[in-house]
Write a protein that binds this ligand. Structure first.
Ligand code: NAX
Ligand code: ADP
Ligand code: K
Length: 484
């Protein structure tokens, strides 16, 4: 599990260490870690041409100290001071002692021939898009041949939210200090951070602002069946999706539920014939959810339409005391009647993409974590806000940012698969917010596996789900078989 910490949380933890270590010691730790990653990425120091973009704060200080280390190892370092009078004094002195060049004219920065450019313009103290001089220096760096490495946070990216309100440094790698900040892994900022390397500063951090599951975290939530288990004890999930005209969503959603290894999947809806043909393992009725038999969780909505019948099914399912996942068409219906979800005693999970999210009247700006959190609180539900980094927020504020996936998932039907996966996890009795986060993780892993073989279609995810579960658990406890 990776904890994500805001700038204020990192500053508070740093203050404790700063108070009990000699002046400059923490920055030395940061700069040493930064230089070590740079050397690893570059593969050499002697003759390496390095350009430092140096802002007025401690982020620039980190870059200067790291530049001094690289220069002492034989690199040809040039520091461009963007605010010469306010450059970190001790860092600047160290850099000069190490024999590096210091310039103030942008065209003397050497970005056009650098092997490596270090962005030390702003870190967690940055506000708003880059100012014009800094933006021009970044544009030169981007046009040049050097590897682009951001110090702590790509300048111009909001460390807490990932918002990028103007120009920013498009890093290939970000070397971040003390803790991973949310803005490196979510929203637009994620696209600017590249590969994130964490340098441990020995900070004592409390509860994170948000979390990201790794494979072992998901494994811990997917127990293999034991000797005493039967199909009912392992969770029964109900699916209401699709229609006679559009059975696809029902087939994908039911298949995904099956492949996420609950004990049993029941289907109720007008796509019964298609589901029966595709999945003999499912128990299928063409009636309403009440006709399906007992389940431990419902998935409702993918491809199910928005007519009166669909609305009455949604109301029926939400009136139960079972966990319910509301997706797609059912989200459109719920947005018009949010009171249906408001007073539920059992968990409700909504899985909107951006357009479905805004249908509820919720605003979606550059802060996706904040938006999902306030929506979850507003309706007392878990919100899984889809995207390249899906955000999951629970009604109590518990938040996850997903770390798996591939842009190839941006294709029709993959959302139906996600609903089935999360529904199956809900039926196992997993906490709803954790089920949504674990489901997003598995779905993304299946997408990565499917995309390794070329462009994917949604049914490919079904074939790869058992392997995704297997990879995640490392136990091979999937459904067995590899056919869809
Ligand atoms: N507190 C500490 O001892 C440590 C701090 N560290 C570094 O210190 C950074 C935080 O330092 P600071 O609080 O000094 O802040 P920063 O250095 O992140 O940024 C503040 C400076 O950038 C300028 N600035 C803000 N927005 C700008 C924009 N849009 N365009 C151009 N310039 C802008 C401000 O005028 C200010 O001078 C961290 O990100 C990390 O890199 C690390 O060295 C670890 C130890
Ligand atoms: N650019 C992207 N990168 C990674 N994942 C994406 C991207 N775009 C969409 N996805 C994922 O693909 C799925 C699409 O779901 P959705 O829009 O509901 O599709 P559908 O309704 O066609 O099934 C979601 O899980 C979403 O997170
Ligand atoms: K930076």
């Amino acid at each position: 599990m990776t904890g994500l910490y805001t700038a204020d949380q990192v500053r508070a933890a740093e203050a404790v260490v700063l108070a009990r270590t000699p002046e400059g010691a923490l920055m030395q730790r940061a700069a040493t870690g930064l230089a070590t990653v740079c050397l690893r990425l570059a593969g050499r120091a002697v003759g390496l041409r390095v350009t430092l973009l140096v802002g007025a704060g401690n982020n620039g200080g980190d870059a200067l100290w790291a530049g001094a280390i690289l220069a002492r190892r034989g690199a040809a370092v040039t520091a461009l001071l963007l605010d010469p009078d306010r450059a970190h004094p001790a860092g600047l002195a160290a850099l000069r002692r190490a024999g590096a060049r210091v310039v103030t004219a942008p065209d003397a920065a050497g970005s056009d021939r650098a092997d490596l450019v270090l962005d030390g313009i702003t870190g967690i103290g940055g506000r708003g898009g880059l100012r014009p001089t800094a933006a021009a220096a970044v544009a030169d760096a981007v046009a040049g041949p050097g590897l682009l490495v951001a110090v702590d946070v790509p300048s111009g990216v909001d460390a807490d939210t990932g918002a990028v309100p103007g120009e920013a440094f498009p890093a290939q790698h970000t070397v971040t200090f003390g803790a991973v900040k949310p803005g490196l892994v979510v929203g637009e900022g994620r696209g600017y951070a590249g590969v994130v390397h964490l340098v441990d500063l020995g900070l004592e951090l409390g509860a994170p602002s948000a979390r990201r599951f790794g494979d072992p975290d998901v494994a811990a939530r997917l127990p293999d069946p034991g000797a005493g288990d039967d199909k009912y004890s392992r969770g029964v999930v109900g699916v209401h999706a699709g229609s006679a005209t559009y059975p696809g969503a029902a087939v994908l959603c039911t298949g995904a539920a099956l492949r996420t290894r609950p004990g049993l999947v029941r289907y109720a809806g007008t796509a019964a014939e298609g589901v029966r043909a595709a999945w003999p393992e499912a128990i299928v009725t063409d009636g309403r959810p009440a006709d399906a038999g007992r389940v431990q969780a419902w998935v409702v909505g993918p491809g199910a339409g928005t007519d009166d019948e669909a609305r009455s099914v949604l109301a029926e399912v939400l009136a139960t005391e079972l966990p319910v996942l509301v997706d797609a068409d059912a989200l459109t219906l719920l947005a018009a009647s949010p009171e249906l979800a408001h007073d539920r005693s059992a968990p409700t999970v909504l899985t909107p993409h951006d357009r479905e999210f805004t249908r509820f009247g919720w605003e979606l700006g550059g802060d996706r974590v904040g938006a999902a959190r306030s929506a979850a609180r507003d309706l007392g539900v878990t919100v899984l806000l889809k995207g390249d980094a899906t955000v999951v927020a629970g009604p109590d504020g518990t938040t996850f940012v997903n770390g798996t996936g591939t842009p190839w998932l941006a294709t029709a039907g993959t959302g139906d698969v996600l609903s089935g996966v999360v529904g199956a996890l809900l039926a196992t009795g997993l906490d709803a917010t954790e089920a949504a986060a674990a489901g997003a993780h598995l779905h993304g892993r299946a997408g990565q596996l499917a995309a390794a073989g070329g462009p994917l279609i949604a049914s490919d995810l079904l074939r790869h789900l058992p392997t995704a579960v297997h990879l995640t658990t490392g136990r091979g406890g999937g459904l067995g078989g590899s056919g869809a």
